[in-house]
Design a protein around this ligand. Structure first.
Ligand SMILES: CC(C)(COP(=O)(O)OP(=O)(O)OC[C@H]1O[C@@H](n2cnc3c(N)ncnc32)[C@H](O)[C@@H]1OP(=O)(O)O)[C@@H](O)C(=O)NCCC(=O)NCCS
Length: 151
């Protein structure tokens, strides 16, 4: 198997439709693309034998001081692994890769927001060192938690 993680170029954005339904979430897709183009978002994709299996992003400005502080704290966004590729360590590898890139960018902290009923993601993040709770709250989607990891 030939596995590779690489940065997604804005011109390849439509590739991510293999991972999530952009047509069902047009506002998210538009915002995502605009952030990619402006540089507010860096996205890395995981390919196995040329097929897209997962993605993860780093966002620098979330317009929320819990999540982002310029040059110091950035937000881990939209980690998705294709259903038939899950539980093979891909999510963990994408998160580890993003963490190394964040260190190279001299960031000091990473944050994440997770729904409290998303056990797989909560487990992945806590095992990866997201051990500081910034907030537990509720929105239209239900209860969620803001977590932070010091780099
Ligand atoms: C969360 C998600 C990204 C995990 O990706 P993955 O590639 O399956 O995760 P990994 O195989 O790297 O798992 C790493 C660790 O996370 C935990 N984990 C992942 N999936 C799990 C599950 N279904 N149940 C329990 N623990 C799980 C385990 O600790 C696992 O280590 P282990 O396999 O040695 O036990 C994937 O389930 C997904 O895409 N979910 C839908 C999108 C989503 O919820 N994203 C997170 C938004 S905050």
């Amino acid at each position: 198997m030939d596995d590779i993680i690489k940065q997604l170029q804005p011109s390849d954005f439509s590739k991510c439709a293999a991972l999530w339904n952009m047509k069902k979430q047009p506002a998210l897709a538009e915002h995502f693309y605009s952030d990619l183009c402006s540089g507010n978002r860096i996205t890395w994709i995981y390919e196995r034998d040329g097929a897209l299996c997962g993605e993860i992003s780093l966002v620098f400005d979330m317009k929320d001081e819990d999540y982002t502080i310029p040059q110091r704290r950035a937000y881990v966004s939209h980690l998705v692994v294709k259903k038939d590729c899950r539980r093979q360590g891909i999510g963990k590898k994408l998160l580890a890769y993003l963490t190394e890139q964040a260190k190279l960018l001299a960031l000091k902290e990473l944050t994440i927001g997770v729904d409290l009923d998303n056990y797989p993601a909560l487990k992945l993040y806590t095992v990866a060192g997201f051990d500081r709770v910034l907030l537990i709250d509720e929105d239209k989607q239900g209860q969620y938690i803001k977590l932070m990891k010091t780099l």
